[in-house]
Design a binder for this molecule. Structure first.
Ligand code: HEM
Length: 415
């Protein structure tokens, strides 16, 4: 479904049920204000599972929406490369993001990932559980026992932020400054926050200044943290350059904090929206591991990543040309009725549940998957037992984004 001419029209208020799918503008953030447009993704899966769509400042991209196609492309990393980048839009000028691990193909990717891999194995992550619980308990102790608080800012943001800051080696008192910078980078386009591409560039520059200063300090006094490990790394006989170190730091901080927070908030919201499933989980704590997997499928905090075709190839019956952008919509794959029976149902006991929230396999599969699972499990263990009557206490405010399925505010209270 590749149109010869890309449409040039105002798509702000399309009739979604009759819209010609080739006219669909997935950069229209109005589509995402109430969460991902699942009905549109269902139409794409049924009618045009590999569909060429327009982008505002670029050549357009193939939207891949069925589970089987997303998995096939993700696992064929030689054909569907992560370079030059996994974000849909290409910047007008070089920004150096070719140094970002997630944008690099094997074999260099394999060597870079090895520098930090050891810190994220299931065994290594399991050892963090007491500290994760300590942080969770501290956060829940600090919120009012009988009053309203914001699940996002008081709880969900803080846990992954504190954990990743400690792992990377960011001093506790600096974590909010670093986090504020990652937030600016991730929220360009959100109308409430009003951050521009220029703001994001300025945030990146400020973060790199911060990393360079911290790296100097850490090079002189190495610790048992990831930054020290990155600074000591030897890849093909060479240390990483300062800019490579900056990007590595930025990726760990962004990926570690902007995602898990939305799993926690979105997971709680799913429980609020499905009281019968919540009651089932609260009466049978052993269901928590499957419930977390279902939250991952249901929320899909990272909605897509892009690949670039390295050769002409067929995917889902469409002819993709070398150089085309191919976007893997995890948020759609995770609701694909072909892969998940009763996919539109939130089921805390769903088994099997081979969701693609952490990616669909291949060399870039989420480095932090075990850590995110641990953080979510400990958080819900404590939340559900300490606050069994937690209920919504105000309107949900969502992040305007077609990339992160984010929640900015979720007021809650205990009954
Ligand atoms: C619920 C939470 C999380 C979700 C939904 C998530 C999702 C993802 C996805 C979809 C990818 C891309 C996979 C691919 O391209 O095949 C990814 C990669 C990555 N994630 Fe996560 N992530 C989460 C938590 C974390 C955490 C806590 C960390 C901690 C450091 C982390 C670090 C990374 C890194 C470094 C990569 C790039 C790996 C590479 O390029 O080799 N993520 N994540």
């Amino acid at each position: 479904m590749r149109p010869l001419n890309l449409p040039d029209q105002n798509l702000s208020e399309p009739d979604l049920s009759t819209l010609d799918l080739r006219d669909l503008d997935l950069f229209d953030l109005d589509l995402f204000t109430d969460g991902p447009p699942h009905e549109l993704f269902r139409r794409l899966r049924d009618e045009a599972p590999v569909c060429f769509l327009p982008e505002p400042n670029g050549p357009g991209f193939w939207a891949v929406t069925r589970y089987a196609d997303v998995v096939a492309a993700s696992r064929d990393a030689a054909t569907f490369t992560s370079a030059p980048r996994v974000f849909i839009e290409d910047p007008d000028e070089a920004v150096g993001d070719d140094h970002l691990l997630i944008n690099i193909d094997p074999p260099r990717h394999t060597k870079l990932r090895k520098i930090v891999n050891r810190g994220f194995t299931p065994r290594q992550v399991a050892m963090l559980e007491p500290r994760v619980r300590e942080i969770v308990v501290g956060l829940l102790d600090a919120v009012p026992e009988h009053g309203t608080f914001d699940l996002v800012t008081d709880v969900s943001v803080e846990l992954p932020l504190q954990v990743i800051a400690e792992l990377v080696g960011v001093p506790h008192e600096d974590r909010h400054r670093v986090f504020a910078l990652t937030e600016i980078m991730m929220s360009v386009g959100d109308p409430d926050l009003g951050h521009t591409v220029e703001d994001a560039r300025a945030a990146i520059t400020e973060m790199f200044g911060y990393v360079d200063a911290l790296a100097q300090e850490r090079a002189a006094n190495p610790g048992d943290d990831l930054l020290s490990r990155i600074l000591a790394a030897d890849v093909d006989g060479e240390a990483l350059t300062p800019i490579e170190t900056d990007f590595f730091f930025m990726l760990l901080m962004n990926a570690g904090s902007e995602t898990t927070r939305n799993l926690i908030t979105g997971g709680m919201l799913a429980l609020f929206d499905h009281p019968e499933e919540r009651a089932r989980l609260q009466s049978e704590a052993a269901l928590l591991p499957t419930a977390i997997e279902e939250m991952l499928r249901w929320v899909t905090p990272v909605m897509h990543f892009r690949r670039t075709a390295a050769r002409d190839v067929e995917l889902g019956g469409e002819q993709i040309r070398s150089g085309d952008k191919v976007v893997l919509w995890y948020t759609s794959a995770n609701r694909d009725e072909r892969a998940f029976p009763a996919a539109a149902r939130f089921d805390v006991a769903r088994t099997p549940n081979e969701h693609v929230a952490f990616g669909a396999g291949g060399p870039h599969f989420c480095l932090g998957a075990s850590l995110a699972r641990l953080e979510a499990r400990v958080m819900f263990e404590e939340l559900l037992t300490r606050m069994p009557t937690l209920e919504p206490g105000g309107p949900v405010r969502r992040l305007g984004s077609n990339f992160i399925n984010g929640i900015k505010s979720l007021p809650v209270r205990t009954a």
